[in-house]
Structure formats: structure tokens, C-alpha cells
Design a protein around this ligand. Structure first.
Ligand code: NAP
Length: 512
């Protein structure tokens, strides 16, 4: 069992008692009391005696990222007093036991080593020392320099010789705090909700339990995630983990922060796909890695869906592990989401799009996806973009037979008569919610128009408000977001996606 431990920084007795009760209520298995600044030994029994949960007591010196200014012998005496009371464990730094004699009957204790600047150069020497110490639990943590550092923490857990805590700190280390359960760690730390925590990268307990499905993670749980940079605000973990929950699927979906370069993407995917025991089974790919993903899959001669090839971007990778060597396949669920949002609204098939006039605003990644998909099904597309050259480029690339895709100057948008208008620019996206890509003089809109905004935050953009006021039918970016996620879920799991649950999750998040 891997314990879920809430770390509590103790400043005063009443608050600490309240925090301990909150931790128990939130479902923690154990609490860590950080008494760095609560160093009166007479105060410890009232703190420990009535705890509902087992306690680890820690008094961290400044040199190890803590706030205690006491010399080591005094700190150790304080911890021993806690141990003589009701502490289940005390935590003593490796550096402390190197210089201060620990009494032989001091058990059980955790011996710990921390590096807040990066990976310690002598990582494995430190680990040997931790393992050789009389402590019952070894703890080694460091700040991840990249997402790949987490794999070393998993390796340490796979080869542990005693109960071990091993994970990485910082944003790059977030996944190790969660996946540490898969690899049989002694515990992981989290914070109370709305608490700053005691170390960089700690996750609030409610996120750990609800968003990241802590209670359901086992050694065999399949791992999925969104590869992006930045990734912090992605809604994909919420939508996919809710889908796994609703279908009882044994999976966990994580934010995967990978540096923008192709080399970083390549190093990440090679190491993660091939890491034994991780069971990486699928990836969502987003900014800035959609082209990197395609380039990588091409280099590996992996299967890539033809339309994803012509769009030039892959937003989903499926990792098939049914044979001894994992097989990768790349698809693009954005194009399907765009097409299906339109066809569902108009109650037509994709083939019925042939010959329909569609205006696409924007020529970036999403614009390109929309143009390629619509042209593929025979629609007649006019591309409007702020930078005209990019619109011309799309017209050249996808305009076969000639005339099926044309670029037009943005100024002429006001005269646009296309019944279907799709916005793929970021205009109107939060925080610029008062802007519309139609500008000051919009084209005439009415009940015969269908206006589709790919922007999903806010849910109701200025463009959609304008269109609805004119009586036009509308599709919001939420529809596209949910549909691309539904297609990913179905490609990875082979099961029908719980689309209503997924839609509710995203709508609830966007409503805040
Ligand atoms: P991108 O590649 O950076 O393209 C951005 C596009 O917006 C370009 O055409 C750019 O024109 C245009 N643009 C940006 N600022 C503008 C301004 N102030 N005035 C006029 N045009 C402007 O971005 P992307 O990946 O295609 O994403 C575009 C939008 O689609 C985003 O809002 C994103 O949230 C949304 N999206 C939604 C989903 C979904 O599931 N709903 C999925 C993907 C993307 P220039 O060429 O002149 O720079």
C-alpha cells in the first residue's frame, strides 16, 4: 500500500489540530507534521495524542529546504521526544545522521535526502547510504529538470531494498507524485486544499483523489496524458479522468510537460514508451508538439492516418502493447471533431458537405485542419486570415481541383455570403472576450447561417452572441473540444465514450 500523506506546516496548536482533522476527513492515510517553527517539546503531546491519523514528525533545517534554525542535536532531541510520544515515524535527514549520533533504539524512522536545485550528482551513492542506514524507510527527492527525471525515481522504486519514498519536485515532477503508487512507494505527499504546501509541486488532496483517481491506481493501471508546453491549465486531465471514472476503465491521464524542441519530444516519447512497468498507452498531443509528433512517427515508419498526414499534424497517439514491441499509431481527432460538429448540427453526412460554401477564418493550426478536412469532403472553402500569405498558402496546398479552396482579403469578409462560417482564430478567447473575428462591420447573418467558433473559453463568445442575435444557428468550441476528446477515448479504449459526462466536466470547469 502507498500511503497518501498530507503535509501540514505547524504554526500553532489549534490550527494544526484543525488541519489534522481536515486531512482525516479528506481521506488521507497519514499526516506529516512539519514542526520546523513549533519547537517547544511541551507542545508535542497535545498535538499528537488526539490525532485521528498516524503522524510523521519532521523538523527540517534551512539547509534542507526547511525553516528550523536549531542546531542538529537539539532538533534530534525534539524528534526523539515526538517519537517517545505518539509519533508513528520521525524523519531525520541523511546529513543529520552523518554528523549526529542517532540512538540505536530510535525506530521506526525515515532517513531523507532532498535536492531543491536539481538531480543530485551522486544520486546512487546517496541512495546506497540511505539503504545502509538503520532507518526503516528511505526517502530521496529532488527537483526534476525535465519530465524524464521521473523515470529515475520509478527505477529507484522498482529496485528498492526497503520501504522507499522516491519522487521529483517541481512542475516537471508532478507525475511522479501520482505514479509513485504504481511503483509501490511507501507514501506520497499532498496538501490540504487551498494550502500552499511544504514543497514545490505538491498536489491538493482533493485533486489527487478526484482529478487523478488516486484510489484506483494499481501496478497495472494504464497511463495516458497530454503532451504540451505549457500544460498546467489543460482541461484534458479532467475530461479524460472523468471518462475513465464513468466507465470504470483502469487508466490514469496526466499533464505531461515536455520542452518545445523536437529533440525533447523524441527523447520523452522513446523513454516513456519503452519504460517497463509504466504501461504508457496513449497520448494527446497539443501545442507545440503536433508537428513533432508527426515527424517522429514518420521517422519511425509508424502508421499515420492519411488525413493527419496531409494536415501535417497528429493530435493523438495510440500505443498498442499487444505484441512484445509497442506499436504506435498517429491520428488527428480535431478534424473529425470539426466535421462531425457541423454534420451533426445540420443533420447531414460528411459526404453531404460536397459543394457547400464554407468560410474559414484563420490559417493557423486549427484553420489548416478545418480547410484540409472540408476540402477532403468536397466543400468549397474561402480562407480569411490576418496574414494573407498564410491564407494563400492553404489555398495553394489544398485547392485541388482549382477554385475549391481560395484565399480572400480579410477586408472582404464583410461581403461574405457563405452559409457556414468557422472561426479558427484565437480572437474572442479569454481574456479578450469583447472581440469578434467579424470585426466592426460583420457580414449579413441570418437563420440560413451556421456559425461555428472553435474558441471554447468563454463558452459563449462574442461571435456566437452576434450570430444568435441575428438568428443564425451556432456551434461552440466546447462541442469541438468534447468531440476530439471522445474520439481519443474511443481510439484508446475501444469502448464507447461517456460523452455526456465529458461535456458536463468541461462545462462545469468553464463556468467557474
Ligand atoms: P495558431 O496556430 O496560433 O493560429 C492562430 C490564428 O489566429 C492565426 O490564423 C492568426 O492569424 C489568428 N489570429 C491571432 N490573433 C489574431 C488577431 N488579433 N486578429 C486576427 N487574427 C488573429 O492557433 P491554433 O492552434 O490554430 O488555435 C486557434 C484557436 O482555436 C484557439 O483559440 C484555440 O483555443 C482554438 N482551438 C480549439 C480547439 C477545440 O477543441 N475547441 C482545438 C484546437 C484549437 P495570423 O496568421 O495572422 O497570425
Amino acid at each position: 500500500m502507498t500511503y497518501l500523506c498530507v503535509a501540514i506546516f505547524v504554526t500553532d496548536l489549534p490550527k494544526a489540530k484543525r488541519d489534522m482533522a481536515l486531512a482525516a476527513e479528506a481521506g488521507a492515510d497519514i499526516v506529516e507534521l512539519r514542526i520546523d517553527q513549533f519547537t517547544d517539546p511541551r507542545q508535542l503531546p497535545p498535538l499528537l495524542d488526539r490525532s485521528l491519523l498516524p503522524c510523521i514528525v519532521t523538523c527540517r533545517p534551512i539547509s534542507e529546504g526547511g525553516r528550523c534554525e536549531l542546531p542538529s542535536p537539539e532538533r534530534l532531541a525534539l524528534l526523539l521526544a515526538a517519537q517517545a510520544g505518539k509519533a508513528s515515524y520521525i524523519d531525520i535527514e541523511l546529513e543529520t545522521i552523518r554528523h549526529t549520533k542517532v540512538p540505536p533504539d530510535c525506530r521506526p524512522f525515515i532517513v531523507s535526502s532532498h535536492d531543491f536545485t536539481g538531480r543530485p550528482e551522486r544520486l546512487y551513492n546517496i541512495l546506497d547510504e540511505l539503504n545502509a542506514s538503520p532507518a526503516s524507510v528511505a526517502k530521496i527527492v529532488w527537483t526534476a529538470r525535465s519530465i524524464r527525471d521521473n523515470l529515475e525515481a520509478f527505477e529507484i522504486l522498482q529496485h528498492k531494498t526497503k520501504p522507499t519514498i522516491a519522487f521529483c519536485m517541481g512542475e516537471h515532477g508532478l507525475i511522479s507524485r501520482i505514479l509513485t503508487k504504481k511503483f509501490g512507494a511507501f507514501l506520497t505527499f499532498c496538501t490540504l486544499d487551498n494550502d500552499p504546501g511544504t514543497a514545490p509541486g505538491q498536489i491538493p488532496i482533493s485533486d489527487m483523489k478526484k482529478l487523478y483517481r488516486w484510489d484506483f491506481i494499481t501496478e497495472k493501471t494504464k497511463v495516458y496524458g497530454v503532451v504540451a508546453n505549457p500544460v498546467k491549465h489543460s482541461m484534458s486531465p479532467a475530461i479524460h479522468n472523468a471518462a475513465f471514472d464513468a466507465t470504470n476503465y483502469d487508466g490514469i491521464y496526466l499533464p505531461l510537460l515536455v520542452e518545445p524542441s523536437y529533440e525533447s519530444f523524441k527523447a520523452f516519447i522513446e523513454e516513456f514508451v519503452n519504460f517497463d512497468g509504466l504501461h504508457l498507452a496513449g497520448l494527446s498531443i497539443t501545442i507545440p508538439h503536433k508537428q513533432n509528433a508527426l515527424r517522429y512517427l514518420r521517422q519511425k515508419n509508424a502508421e499515420v492516418e492519411p488525413l493527419a498526414q496531409s494536415i501535417g499534424s497528429v493530435n493523438t497517439i495510440i500505443i498498442d502493447r499487444t505484441s512484445s514491441t509497442p506499436r504506435l499509431r498517429g491520428i488527428n481527432t480535431d478534424y473529425a471533431a470539426i466535421l462531425d460538429s457541423i454534420t451533426a448540427k445540420l443533420n447531414i453526412t460528411r459526404q453531404d458537405l460536397a459543394g457547400r460554401n464554407v468560410a474559414v477564418l484563420g490559417a493557423g493550426g486549427t484553420g489548416r485542419t478545418a480547410v484540409a478536412a472540408l476540402a477532403h469532403y468536397g466543400a468549397t472553402v474561402t480562407v480569411y486570415n490576418r496574414t494573407r500569405d498564410r491564407a494563400d498558402e492553404l489555398a495553394r496546398e489544398f485547392g485541388q481541383p482549382p477554385g475549391k479552396v481560395a484565399a480572400a482579403p480579410l477586408e472582404s469578409l464583410r461581403h461574405c455570403t457563405c452559409p457556414i462560417i468557422i472561426n479558427t482564430t484565437s480572437v474572442g478567447m479569454s481574456p479578450n472576450v469583447d472581440q469578434s473575428p467579424l470585426g466592426q462591420t460583420p457580414p449579413p447573418l441570418g437563420p440560413d447561417n451556421l456559425v461555428f467558433d472553435s474558441v471554447y473559453n468563454p463558452m459563449k463568445t462574442r461571435l456566437l452572441t452576434q450570430a444568435q442575435a441575428a438568428g443564425a444557428r451556432t456551434i461552440s468550441g466546447v462541442e469541438m473540444f468534447v468531440r476530439q476528446a471522445v474520439a481519443q477515448f474511443e481510439a484508446w479504449t475501444g469502448q464507447r465514450a461517456p460523452s455526456d459526462v465529458m461535456r458536463q466536466v468541461i462545462e462545469r470547469r468553464l463556468a467557474h
